[in-house]
Design a protein around this ligand. Structure first.
Ligand code: HAM
Length: 418
């Protein structure tokens, strides 16, 4: 018997309904902000991620699912931003409209050690706005993430905010860090001792308590920011204040991907434990140019779908109460039920029947388990009188109804499927 690969999940129908609800809500909110859906492939040239995320990042060094095909090296996408920037450049989308807003939903792949909230195949709900360096865009994106959480009735989260500054500022921040950490390198974990040499900023992102203790004591301010980046960050904060979006500035917040510049943010939730980021994102003002596109600013973020579901902490929702279930008794009635099923569905009324030859009692139990709203019983008696017996499963009430009146009766009481 085969089992799924560790770190992957079967999203069973009971759960899939909750996924659909979240997807519907986020699609609606993205449309409200004028973001359009984009669906790039889940497989790309490996070098795209190497180049955009940074060859010294954990994701590229350790977590990519790489596929070798003769001379070609492909990778299952570990995230969406790089693909979307690639698609934006390759399809000349900037030539049609200089500023574009995209959203996407779909699976991402990272070869991680699986644990609660950390999977090898997980799903992003994300968005990218490409073609602007306006600080108000940062405000829009962060408040959009906030709106999604509000729409999903998720509370108690914290928006953490920081500015890394432009490329020059990031280099300054790296120097400041190297100076501050130099005397303490021996106390850092082995990974961070390595990061100190290859990608110093990443030390700030270490989850180990021993490193965190050192990091929290660092005297990091915004001194690495140039005057333009300082002004940009001030505008972002003022815009969020204006919209009443709560946030906290965390001076040691950096991100695990190299492409970020200026604003970065993470949304944390205490219910997630060690893997506490519900969403993350930021500006990547140099990435489009670095991948061969125009010199334009851009920003995006992504929610981890599985983590949204974890913090929503609701019982799986079922699509109950909007289904008609036909039970036929005898061969003639079965033929009639086949016709009736087709007619109901033709009229947009969700309907089903028993295909297992169950007794009346068994079929009623099945209908009950499905949580259907109405059961229609057709037997010899009903056939003779051109009626069906209609049982309201909520009230338990049972009555005969003429076949000719059935569709209009049900249409008034059930949600039609368009
Ligand atoms: P990220 O922080 O790597 O950013 O991922 C975003 C979110 O995806 C995380 O906050 C988390 O909720 C979820 N996530 C990440 N890894 C896993 C995993 N192994 N299992 C379950 N959930 C996970 C990015 O990927 C950026 N592309 C976000 C972005 C978009 N920045 C700009 N635009």
């Amino acid at each position: 018997m085969w089992k799924k690969i560790p770190g992957t999940k079967d999203i069973l129908p009971e759960e899939a309904y909750s996924w659909q609800k979240i997807e519907e809500l986020t699609r609606r909110i993205f449309s409200l902000y004028n973001y359009q859906e984009i669906r790039p492939p889940i497989i790309e040239e490996e070098s795209l991620f190497n180049r955009s995320l940074g060859k010294n990042t954990e994701i590229v060094r350790k977590q990519m699912f790489v596929i070798r095909n003769k001379e070609d090296l492909y990778a299952l996408r570990p995230e969406g931003t790089a693909s979307i920037v690639r698609a934006y450049i390759e399809n000349n989308l900037d030539k049609q409209m200089s500023f574009r807003k995209f959203y996407y939903l779909g699976p991402m792949f990272r070869l991680e050690r699986p644990q609660k909230g950390r999977l090898r195949q997980f799903h992003h709900i994300g968005c990218e706005a490409i073609g602007s360096s306006d600080a108000d865009l940062d405000v829009e994106l962060i408040s959009l993430a906030d709106k999604i959480l509000e729409g999903l009735s998720i509370a108690d989260y914290q928006i953490q905010l920081n500015s890394l500054g432009c490329a020059k500022d990031k280099a300054t921040l790296t120097k400041i860090l190297q100076k501050e950490l130099k005397a303490k390198t021996k106390k850092l974990c082995p990974d961070c001792q390595n990061r100190f040499k290859t990608n110093t900023l990443r030390v700030l992102d270490c989850k180990k308590e021993t490193c965190q203790e050192i990091i929290r004591k660092l005297n990091l301010q915004d001194t690495h920011l140039c005057s333009e980046c300082k002004l940009h960050f001030a505008k972002v904060k003022a815009g969020l204040d204006l919209l009443g979006v709560n946030y906290e500035v965390i001076p040691y917040l950096v991100r695990g991907l190299d492409y970020y510049t200026r604003t970065v943010f993470e949304i944390k939730h205490p219910a997630l434990g060690a893997q506490d980021a519900l969403a993350a994102g930021g500006r990547y003002d140099n990435l489009v140019r670095e991948l061969g596109g125009p010199d334009v600013g851009a920003m995006g973020f992504a929610f981890g779908m599985e983590r949204l579901l974890l913090v929503r902490n609701q019982k799986p929702e079922t699509r109950s109460q909007n289904l008609v279930y036909i039970i036929s008794l005898g061969e003639e009635a079965k033929k009639e039920s086949l016709k009736l099923l087709a007619e109901l569905r033709q009229n947009g009324i969700p309907a089903d029947t028993d295909y297992e030859g169950k007794s009346l009692k068994g079929a009623l139990r099945a209908a009950n388990d499905l949580g259907v709203r109405y059961v229609l019983i057709i037997g010899e008696n009903e056939l003779k009188k051109n009626v069906v017996t209609l049982k309201d499963m909520t009230s338990g009430e049972q009555r005969e109804i003429k076949q000719t009146e059935l569709i209009s009766y049900l249409t008034e009481r059930l949600h039609k499927v368009p």
